[in-house]
Ligand binder design. Sequence first.
Ligand SMILES: *[C@@H]1O[C@H](CO)[C@@H](O)[C@H](O)[C@H]1NC(C)=O
Ligand SMILES: *[C@@H]1O[C@H](CO)[C@@H](O)[C@H](O)[C@H]1NC(C)=O
Ligand SMILES: *[C@@H]1O[C@H](CO)[C@@H](O)[C@H](O)[C@H]1NC(C)=O
Length: 300
Amino acid sequence: MEAANPSSSQCSYEDYKETADWLLNRTKQRPKVAIICGSGLGGLADLLEEKTVFKYEDIPRFPTSTVQGHAGQLVFGKLNGCECVCMQGRFHFYEGYNIQTVTYPVRVFYLLGVSTLIVTNAAGGLNDTYSVGDIMLIKDHINMPGFAGQNPLCGHNDERFGVRFPCMSDAYDRDLRALTRKTAKELGYDSFLQEGVYCMLAGPTYETIAECKLLQRLGADAVGMSTVPEVVVARHCGTRAQEDVAPDRRLRVLGLSLITNKVVTDYESNEKANHTEVLKTTERRTQELQNLVSRLIAKL
Ligand SMILES: *[C@@H]1O[C@H](CO)[C@@H](O)[C@H](O)[C@H]1NC(C)=O
Ligand SMILES: *[C@@H]1O[C@H](CO)[C@@H](O)[C@H](O)[C@H]1NC(C)=O
Ligand SMILES: *[C@@H]1O[C@H](CO)[C@@H](O)[C@H](O)[C@H]1NC(C)=O
């Protein structure tokens, strides 16, 4: 047995590098954009042209996906003329992966040369003004698992990725958000585009009524079980200490939540959170979300 070295259970730079090199050896595509497709939103990957597909299980050191509605493959290709790589199926903490495994692909994307990460998810609406089917541009997040010690950056810090204490106040790129709002307007989607704060809980249970009320008071507009760990790791990538001469090559992040249900905050209500329903709503609004991302990508 290894001694209690905090780094022993973590992946090393060389592990991520091996995965990235393996992929680079097998595709000529050099994507600048990576897209993580949330529950039921994997259809975006199907729109890619000149596809190269890798099943997660075939990629060295890559985790494999288990949840219903997740295909579990990495798809390289062109979306609206722009080279990208899509994760069709993401890894959730509630599936039992450790938090570093959940974020494994993000560092691989960074080493592939990706400069923009787009994350999508299905989320419950906490804000009273939101409707089912709204798309929420993520402005900021609340990292609840992080409060409880589940931050993917805990443990040994490898400076080749980034600094020990990365800034998170600018996690969701302001310019990308402005561009998304503009694009949504062009498409006539402004009536269902929101902008707000995403709160991550570990899941897999949906929230109790008391928990929903708490999250509303904390300033969260939507709640879900993903995204935040990937964003934290993405925003760590490429950070450099000020005195370091290495060029700053940060990953820009855009986050989009599809509001698939409204949380229950009334003890008299007979409504219940239901995963089938979440997948149904997702299906309904998927087309618009895909159009939005696809149109946006052409402008990057
Ligand atoms: C990638 O290709 C290079 C050159 O052919 C080879 O040396 C290297 O071992 C390959 N790496 C992986 C991870 O497949
Ligand atoms: C709900 O969203 C609206 C529109 O974005 C925002 O103005 C408002 O502050 C939010 N409400 C709460 C309670 O956060
Ligand atoms: C979940 O929602 C679906 C679709 O709205 C409905 O058919 C099903 O009965 C619900 N299941 C439960 C356990 O409430």
